[in-house]
Design a protein around this ligand. Structure first.
Ligand code: XUL
Ligand code: CO
Length: 435
């Protein structure tokens, strides 16, 4: 045991009326909601990077957190893992996620970095075997080191493409070895700053080829998890290629990968793209590519990725409603890609932030489940489209009609549509009865 969390004990479910600061008020892992334990519905994961690797810097100042594991040695990497698994034991969530760079020190070359990663994978694997949480997803950090400043797969330098491909391979190996349920590719610096130095056509082809090789390798090694792409419209580059779900779907179709790859959708990225979280989830569900979520919230005024812990139950409820409608998570889960504010220095802040986020999600999930079980919203939606089930309407969709024959039909039947209410406020009132 380290001394970092001192005497903070494992959190328990104490119910909504508890006055302890550190407990669960809404998240009861064993409570059955929609036929499954809450733990198996929500599938919470903690992100290694924000809580253990991020030092609290911002564009105007450096490290605010003073953590004894910051440094570049293997011993410190192991201390970091010890503390991480202590937080996991306090919170009791079923999963975690990491990038290679979060868990191992950078080596002097590829071989040394990989050796460090392999040693840490064994160390972390031991902790999973001793009852620690499982790996929801692994991923490669192909954006922090300066070699990636002009992108990874989309770099103008083929050596960077090669280094990135080799790094993805070693991370897929690590993810498989640890029993990871997904492998994520967030296009960290896959994008551009200025068209004056950028060949869009080449960069798109490079990204497509890289993803095809990732999918080939997944099948080769028998990795049973899902390959996930995490869309984001900007930051760090001005124009990120994986803008949003619809854009990524077009890209997948282009490279024949739409049945191989799903989406990891992040709330903050959806907002940056000018969408709501639920829009991105509903779009992915409608395309059959909804995989997993990164749960955080963005500041709605500042316009960058603030990665705050979720605290808005109505908003989160609408997101889970889309997930429930799509059949719930299979391999995916709810990853807290969220970080403390840089002034929140204390170990207890880390515990409280995650526990509060889990409670927000649990409360929202229960509201979404009730909305879904009552079926009022779905009934109203079905009613709105009901006329499409009539034979004349179906003929327009199934190829039995053309523009000319539809014109004949409109004239003969004297089709003269009467506008009908969209009932938005009434539906919003229905939603509010569950919150
Ligand atoms: C960056 C982001 C990443 C990915 C994993 O905005 O969300 O942390 O989730 O690389
Ligand atoms: Co993310």
């Amino acid at each position: 045991m380290t001394t970092f969390f001192e005497d903070i004990n494992k959190l328990k479910y104490e119910g909504p009326d508890s006055d302890s600061e550190l407990c669960y008020r809404h998240y009861d892992a064993d409570e059955i909601v929609l036929g499954k334990r809450m733990e198996d519905q929500l599938r919470f994961a903690i992100a290694y990077w924000h809580s253990f690797a991020w030092e609290g810097g911002d564009p105007f100042g450096g490290r605010t957190f003073d953590r004894s594991w910051f440094g570049t040695t293997m011993d410190l990497a192991k201390l970091k893992a010890d503390v991480a698994f202590e937080l996991f034991a306090i919170l009791g969530q079923p999963f975690f996620c990491f990038h290679d760079a979060d868990v191992r020190p950078e080596g002097s070359n590829f071989a040394e970095s990989t050796k460090n990663l392999e040693e840490m994978v064994d160390y972390i694997g031991g902790k999973i075997e001793q009852g620690g949480p499982k790996l929801l997803w692994g991923t490669a950090n192909l954006f922090s080191h300066r070699r990636f400043m002009s992108g990874a797969a989309t770099n103008p330098d083929p050596d960077v493409f090669a280094y990135s491909a080799a790094t993805i391979k070693t991370n897929m190996d690590a993810t498989k070895k640890l029993g990871g349920q997904n492998y994520v590719l967030w296009g960290g610096r896959e994008g551009y700053e200025t068209l004056l130095n950028t060949d869009l056509k080449r960069e798109r082809a490079q990204a497509g080829r890289m993803l095809q090789m990732v999918v080939d390798y997944k099948h080769k090694i028998g990795f049973e998890g899902t390959i996930l792409i995490e869309p984001k419209p900007q930051e760090p580059t001005k124009h990120q290629y994986d803008y949003d779900v619809a854009t990524v779907y077009g890209f997948l179709k282009d490279f024949g990968l739409e049945n191989e790859v799903k989406m990891n959708i992040e709330q903050g990225h959806a907002i940056l793209a000018g969408h709501s979280f639920e829009h991105e989830l509903a779009m992915a569900a409608s395309l059959g590519i909804l995989g997993s979520i990164d749960m955080n919230r963005n500041d709605y005024q500042s316009g960058w990725d603030t990665d705050q812990f979720p605290n808005n139950v109505p908003e989160v409820a609408l997101a889970y409603y889309e997930i429930i409608k799509s059949g719930g998570f299979t391999n995916g889960g709810t990853n807290f890609d969220a970080k403390l504010r840089r002034q929140s220095l204390d170990p207890v802040d880390l515990v409280a932030a995650h526990a509060g986020g889990m409670d927000v999600c649990a409360k929202a999930f229960k509201a979404a489940a009730a909305m879904y079980e009552d079926g009022k919203l779905e009934q109203a939606r079905d009613d709105r489209y009901a006329d499409w089930d009539k034979p004349e309407a179906q003929k327009m969709l199934n190829g039995d009609h053309s523009l000319e024959s539809i014109e004949d039909y409109v004239r003969q039947a004297d089709v003269n549509p009467e506008p009908r209410s969209g009932r938005q406020e009434r539906l919003e009132n229905v939603v509010n009865t569950y919150l």
